[in-house]
Design a protein around this ligand. Structure first.
Ligand code: PAF
Length: 277
């Protein structure tokens, strides 16, 4: 496995990789969710490239960029074991040199949900993912359903800009008690970690209501909020039942619905979702 630090080395390495190339962009501190993406990429492609880059442009000024967990050595050992061909792990100055002065932005859907709570976040994501796609030139790129809005935004960018690759969404990987795996889970103390199970319980409640025939989106939101509020440590950013294409809030569920939420436990902000229908 090659570990690559510069754009030009990555571009040279890409010329030597047998196609199709599957690509898994990450911010490192790898967990079961990332590993499932790498395995899927391994299954479906001849070569696999993983990037590890904590992208400063997708963090707001008061967010956790500085303290975001990092463990490059541990990550490289995992990826070696998974049979990855190349890991692209650049420094920030390599991706954003001093004269860097461009951005890639999807409009509309990036203003809702996460975009509303984290202004500029998706512009940072699409800018870096666009650069990574240009550098790695994969035939397929793999993202987790846990970041549902991120996948929708990236799919829209790929479509709008006629980018020649397939975006593949892989299921959310959960801990035994249902908490979605996330690099941020380690921020929580034991009490917060215990309370955070309510996220999965509230999504299961939504699924249950839907399966029993409930189609009134507000009734589902209300019950989820009620359940989450039974946990004293939980502070809700949003609970949403939205159209998965436009991310507009639904009144009635007639087709598919993206049920998503963002909730803080102490300083840790978690997101999760399920799709109904
Ligand atoms: O999902 C992530 O880890 C990041 O948003 C991504 C896609 C690697 C871009 O920095």
């Amino acid at each position: 496995m090659k570990t690559i630090k510069t754009v030009s080395e990555m571009q040279d390495c890409r010329k030597t990789l047998a196609e199709p190339v599957g690509f898994v962009p990450t911010m490192g501190y790898l967990h079961g969710g990332h590993i499932s993406l790498v395995r899927k990429a391994r299954e479906e492609n001849v070569s696999v490239v993983v990037s590890i880059f904590v992208n400063p442009k997708q963090f707001g000024p008061n967010e956790d960029f500085e303290k975001y967990p990092r463990d490059l050595q541990g990550d490289l050992e995992i990826l070696e074991e998974e049979g990855v061909d190349a890991v692209f792990a650049p420094e920030a100055a390599e991706i954003y040199p001093q004269d860097f002065n461009s951005r890639v932005e999807v409009l509309g859907i990036t203003q809702k949900l996460e975009g509303n709570c984290r202004p500029g976040h998706f512009r940072g994501v699409t800018t870096v993912v666009n650069k990574l796609f240009n550098i790695v030139r994969p035939q397929r790129a793999y993202f987790g359903q846990k970041d549902a809005q991120q996948v929708i935004v990236i799919q829209k960018m790929v479509k709008d800009l006629n980018m020649n690759l397939e975006v593949i969404t892989c299921p959310t990987i959960r801990e035994e008690d249902g908490l979605a795996m996330s690099s941020r889970n380690i921020y929580m103390n034991p009490e917060e970690r215990q309370s955070a199970i309510v996220l999965y319980r509230s999504l299961m409640l939504a699924q249950d209501m839907y399966q029993r025939g409930e189609r009134d989106a507000e009734a589902i939101r209300k019950e989820m909020v009620r359940l989450i509020k039974t946990e004293e440590l939980a502070r809700i950013d949003y609970v949403s039942v939205a159209d998965p294409a436009t991310l507009d809030e639904l009144d009635m569920i007639t087709g598919k619905a993206l049920v998503s939420l963002a909730v803080k436990f102490g300083k840790t902000r978690l997101i999760d979702n399920v799709v109904l229908g």
